[in-house]
Design a protein around this ligand. Structure first.
Ligand SMILES: *[C@@H]1O[C@H](CO)[C@@H](O)[C@H](O)[C@H]1NC(C)=O
Ligand SMILES: *[C@@H]1O[C@H](CO)[C@@H](O)[C@H](O)[C@H]1NC(C)=O
Ligand SMILES: *[C@@H]1O[C@H](CO)[C@@H](O)[C@H](O)[C@H]1NC(C)=O
Ligand SMILES: *[C@@H]1O[C@H](CO)[C@@H](O)[C@H](O)[C@H]1NC(C)=O
Length: 482
């Protein structure tokens, strides 16, 4: 459904009275592709369909990805990355070209059901230090003008996915919500433009991050089980952070004269690894709790209707920056190879369970491990592990993670194997001097949570990906002198 007019909302309201449906507006999901080995787009699109996702949010406009979504009816939010904001914001011609190539072509030639353009991705995040502040609104304005010119504006709406840190409450009660003081005027310019363009506000809400960054955050308040001590906001009781956070935004909008601006939840989810609070149990509890919470078109006290939300995310991405934390590569409901991580009933499949990806091509059953006779204090061990971990993925090692209980040899082997698999099991990627070897015996410890993965076959959809793989490979040769 995606964009819902006021009239549709009324109709939905009626529909809910008469039909027993899980959630009228369905559920969306974020499909990011910052992986060393992304699954081929056709496999992912089948995964989306077989799991009943009705909407998908993309972070760019990669051609093969959009083409694969053609003819499926899945509603698509196409993203403009932050580093393109200056280009489309700086020139109307560039914005028109972006729309012609990345919207018009896919709607008219490829039958892609594009409904939104996400202009930037959390561009006002405090860590960006205001870099995108001046350029976001011009980009939004130019893209909207280009959509109008191409006559897409009735079907395709602009929006700016923002982090929930653009607003706050002075008292921590939702009813005191307002936009952050240092960006208040920018926010009103954007909000007013969205309102005039009949476009929605998109916000990303993350109770996990609150728990991660504040050890005193009341854990139960992050979930939807009603176990937290309620916050009483003038008689309205809040027992979960999601409701309180969304309503803080609703109040901020209302306070500034935009009480009716639709809100989309652009990202919501829980990671499964890389931190002691990122695990399968919490992720299942959060995502299932969220699905039940919004089921049947139930919203929050301030926004009682159906909630348009996109889970974050579909698949793990092993090449994401870990600057925010080691959990960053583990947001997927599915693993890197499209396997469900935990039981989750989205209310969209007959079986009530997640359906795994089909047709995934794996590499050979072999692993790179530490040689049994190599010594832990071999001078080659430390630099080798550092090297492997700096280029591959060691976010499952460390306190409270899935491989956090490995012994030192296990740790070392894990690092070697991660590097070996990411480099497509090349012999040369398992030549850590004197200390590594290739084995056909699965080193995965029995009975634990830790998994020594075998990588999937590389997908050569774009020339860029091929090049970055080669650069890492050359680096290995140079640095280790192999
Ligand atoms: C279309 O989107 C892609 C991917 O985000 C981008 O690289 C490309 O520059 C865009 N095309 C135009 C003409 O702006
Ligand atoms: C952020 O901006 C301030 C002032 O412009 C500057 O002093 C600081 O170094 C910047 N920080 C980062 C991380 O760019
Ligand atoms: C394994 O590696 C992790 C991450 O590098 C480290 O924190 C941990 O102490 C290591 N454990 C052992 C037993 O070496
Ligand atoms: C590997 O082992 C051999 C023999 O034990 C030794 O001479 C050589 O220096 C070692 N190489 C490295 C890089 O540790």
């Amino acid at each position: 459904m995606g964009w819902v007019s006021v009239q549709d909302r009324v109709n939905i309201g009626f529909a809910c009275l008469f039909m027993v449906v899980w959630s009228v507006s369905g559920i969306g999901v974020n499909w990011g592709t910052q992986s060393t080995h992304p699954l081929p787009p056709d496999i992912v699109v089948r995964l989306l369909r077989e799991n009943g996702f009705q909407r998908v949010k993309l972070f760019d406009a990669e051609y093969d990805t959009l083409k694969a979504l053609g003819g499926t009816g899945i509603e698509v939010m196409v993203g403009i990355p932050n580093d393109m904001l200056a280009t489309v914001g700086g020139s109307m011609k560039a914005a028109e070209k972006w729309v012609a190539k990345n919207i018009t072509q896919h709607i008219t030639s490829n039958n892609v059901n594009i409904r939104y353009v996400a202009v930037g991705n959390e561009p006002f995040l405090e860590t960006y230090n205001g870099s995108y502040l001046g350029i976001t609104f011009p980009a939004l304005r130019n893209i909207q003008a280009a959509l109008v010119k191409a006559r897409h504006n009735n079907q395709v709406k602009v929006t700016v996915p923002l982090n929930a840190d653009v607003y706050a409450s002075s008292s921590s009660l939702p009813s005191d919500g307002d936009f952050r003081a240092n960006i208040h005027d920018y926010m009103l310019t954007i909000v007013n433009f969205l309102s005039v363009s009949a476009a929605p506000f998109t916000v990303n809400i993350y109770p996990f991050i609150s728990l991660y960054s504040d050890p005193n955050f009341p854990v139960e308040y992050g979930f939807f089980d009603g176990n937290a001590t309620p916050i009483n906001d003038g008689g309205t009781l809040y027992t979960n952070m999601f409701d309180a956070n969304l309503d803080t935004l609703a109040h901020a909008l209302q306070r500034n004269g935009f009480a009716d601006l639709p809100i989309i939840v652009g990202e919501i989810g829980w990671p499964t690894d890389g931190d002691r609070n990122a695990n399968l149990e919490y992720a299942r509890r959060f995502n299932q709790g969220f699905m039940s919470h919004i089921a049947g078109g139930r919203g929050t006290p301030m926004r009682p209707g159906p909630i348009d939300a996109y889970l974050f995310s579909l698949i793990d991405e092993d090449a994401k920056s870990i600057a925010p934390g080691n959990f960053e590569r583990h947001w997927g409901v599915f693993t890197f190879d499209g396997q469900p991580k935990y039981p989750l009933n989205l209310g969209t499949t007959n079986s009530g369970t997640l359906v795994p990806a089909k047709g995934v091509q794996y590499q050979q059953r072999k692993w790179c491990v530490m040689k049994p006779n190599a010594k832990l204090d071999d001078p080659s061990v430390a630099p080798s592990v550092n090297y492997a971990c700096s280029l591959a993925d060691c976010t499952c090692l460390g306190y409270g993670t899935s491989c956090g209980n490995l012994d030192s040899r296990g740790n070392i082997s894990y690092a070697f194997n991660s590097y070996f698999q990411q480099n497509n099991q090349l012999d040369i990627a398992c030549k850590f001097p004197n200390v590594s070897m290739i084995t056909k015996t699965d080193p995965t410890p029995i009975g634990g949570t830790c998994k020594f993965n075998i990588m999937i076959q590389p997908y050569y959809g774009s020339a860029e990906r091929r090049q970055s793989g080669l650069v890492a490979f050359l680096f290995l040769i140079l640095v280790l002198g192999l």
